[in-house]
Write a protein that binds this ligand. Structure first.
Ligand code: HEM
Ligand code: HEM
Length: 183
């Protein structure tokens, strides 16, 4: 089924989760490589980094909209209250960190005067952001700091998913996997 239920994620939520997860990992790899390779590869990678990042923004906004209109599967009763709170807090933080990551990258490019080009179709400057050295420095600082926040949150998130699957042996990871694996 396409929609979430109170026990499992629906196919659309799963698709959006894994598309964004792969996209973010791709963005981290490109982000850490693009500054240390020679031209013309460097400019190409900067271009991919910008357009894929903005594509992820579109998918992310749709994901947030979809989450709003869907039930969030509940955690099993055996899970203590603090872990429930930690789980939903981490999920909210992940959404916020991704928005800040993309927003600051977009602001950095726009304020540097390098307007992102969306797959050769059109230019996409960030609204209300001027070309300015001060904005550029601030946006860059936010972007490179948020990278480490995302890496920490995602690592914690993956460890939690693996802990549920291999140690607690519950359905938490299964309900996010493509197909129906719930036991
Ligand atoms: C999920 C989204 C994103 C991730 C995970 C990501 C990740 C990264 C990483 C790892 C770096 C290298 C940081 C460093 O050298 O310490 C970087 C740099 C950069 N990113 Fe992103 N990024 C994202 C989105 C974007 C977007 C949407 C844009 C622009 C439209 C963008 C523009 C830039 C620019 C211009 C730099 C170079 C900063 C500099 O060194 O001057 N990023 N990004
Ligand atoms: C960059 C990578 C990733 C990001 C940004 C990310 C983000 C998220 C977010 C925001 C949610 C909350 C879904 C909701 O709105 O209810 C979620 C759920 C989930 N993620 Fe990830 N995720 C990533 C990678 C992974 C990986 C690699 C795994 C598996 C090892 C994983 C396993 C799960 C599971 C099992 C859930 C459901 C948790 C529950 O049922 O409470 N995620 N993820």
């Amino acid at each position: 089924m396409i929609k979430n239920t109170t026990t499992t994620y629906g196919s659309l939520s799963k698709f959006l989760h894994w598309t964004i997860a792969l996209g973010v990992i791709f963005m981290l790899i490109i982000g850490f490589t693009m500054g240390s390779v020679d031209e013309p590869l460097s400019s190409k990678l900067y271009g991919y980094h910008e357009e894929v990042g903005l594509t992820i923004l579109g998918i992310l906004l749709f994901r947030i909209y979809w989450r709003w209109w869907n039930p969030v599967p509940v955690l099993p009763n055996s899970i203590p209250k603090w872990q429930r709170a930690a789980s939903s807090f981490t999920h909210y933080l992940l959404y916020i960190a991704l928005l800040v990551m993309i927003g600051s990258g977009w602001a950095k490019s726009t304020s540097s005067g390098y307007t992102p080009n969306f797959y050769g179709l059109f230019e996409l400057p960030m609204p209300f952001i001027p070309v300015s050295t001060a904005v550029k420095h601030l946006a860059k600082q936010i972007h490179v700091t948020t990278v480490w926040i995302i890496i920490s949150l995602v690592s914690l998130h993956i460890l939690a998913a693996l802990h549920h699957h291999f140690i607690l042996k519950d359905n938490i990871l299964r309900r996010m996997l493509p197909g129906n694996w719930i036991k």
